[in-house]
Design a binder for this molecule. Sequence first.
Ligand code: NAD
Length: 487
Amino acid sequence: MTIAPGTATDLQHFGMFIDGKQVDALSGRTFESQNPYAGEPWATIADGGPEDVDRAVASSRTAFEGEWRELGGFGRARVMRRLADAITDNAERLALLEVNDSGKLLREMRGQLNGLGAWYSYFSGLADKLEGRTVPQLAPQTYFGYTLREPIGVVGAITPWNSPLLLLTFKLAPLLAAGCTCVVKPSEHAPASTIAFAEVLHEAGLPAGVLNVVTGWDRSTGEALASHTGIDKVAFTGSTATGAKVAQAAVANINRVTLELGGKSPQVVFADADLDAAANGLVAGVFAATGQTCMAGSRLIVHESVRDELVAKVVARAETILQGDPTQADTEMGPVANQPQYDKVLGYLQGARDEGWTIATGGEPNDDLGGLFVKPTVVVAEHDATIAREEVFGPVLTAYTFRDEDEAIRLANDTPYGLAGAVWTKDVHRAHRMVAAIKAGTVWVNAYRVVAPNMPFGGYGLSGIGRENGAAAVEEYLETKSVYIEL
Ligand code: NAD
């Protein structure tokens, strides 16, 4: 993607979405969004800056103190139920925008978008149940005490290029239920769907200013939002390195912060596991979305007695994965989403070769397809390989072995991350022991990649701070006020 004057007439244009309408950047500048499959720009996007962030924050503040507050919990719940239906009605169009921006599979995005309404339905059910408590006072009872739950205020949301609308929804559904408003800054690599999404929600009844979208090509837009003194909380999803900077900016203003960051999630396979089911789970766990998911199960930690058999099964499946046009129904894997990410993945694969590890399959670009295609890759290595330790964010599984349960636990936890993990075994006792021992926010048993609106999601360690999803996610957007009344 390059900065361009935005004069091309054959490209779709997306303004920022502020105060209920698309607007251009105050500077008048635009940048181009690249379709990674076609290898060419498909849209121009408003190239905003700090001055645009200022007006978006001001609009969200007005909405927070005005129309959105006046609706109350019952009114917000009513609006949110309408949003759920509108998202489903527009799922196909929104899915196509994500495919254009990121090269993800249309059928996968269609499924994801059709599922998003469930988040707004679920959290609408909490919007009218935000109750404080009456609190018994110490004797003598001269005071009546109770608590109130109040929305934090204006939330600055910053999202990455993989699944922009799902990851925005993890923030937006609970913050709307809490009564907050939001300014979101989507990734410069995939901004279009968020703008169209805000428009869809506004047309479905979300008052102007409750959700504003600012876009920008360089870091200054995100930096301006994270450090803005007019917001009350930052909710960030992205890399751990950026998350640390965003958290520093938020804390400098004593703002609340939620961070959903990177991962290097283990899939531990015991010798008694159903190896065919495990192989299917490994393939879905690491190759879905071309490996570009925070929860990718990118480390296979397998009992030494079944390593060769399991790796052979995974390799056989990986080699049948059909790569190609993400809009075609039979395509199983699209391109890597953008040039910097493609270069990064190939760099890790070269590094694995340089360190002397075995590439069991893949390990190179798919030259037949051109574009940014990398073949589904399985590397057989040791636990200290660079490719086994760092987040690749591409279609790469790294396999290594353990001898007993203690070693499996040690290797699974031998990472600074802690987003997710899985255990494959038929032994229910061992499954429970492993679930308790793995340091991660989500652990699946004989499954992978299930995420639901009513189950908390978030990371231990370098994978983040706070939780999204689940009823408690609303708490992340509420303040508690204590009230004493003299009797
Ligand atoms: P990134 O950190 O490069 O960018 C994320 C967002 O931050 C983008 O909108 C970007 O423009 C913005 N940004 C960049 N620098 C900034 C700054 N200094 N101040 C404020 N904002 C700034 O991440 P990415 O490459 O877009 O996404 C991939 C990463 O996201 C991976 O590490 C992945 O694991 C992580 N991720 C985590 C989750 C999760 O829920 N835990 C989900 C998806 C992706």
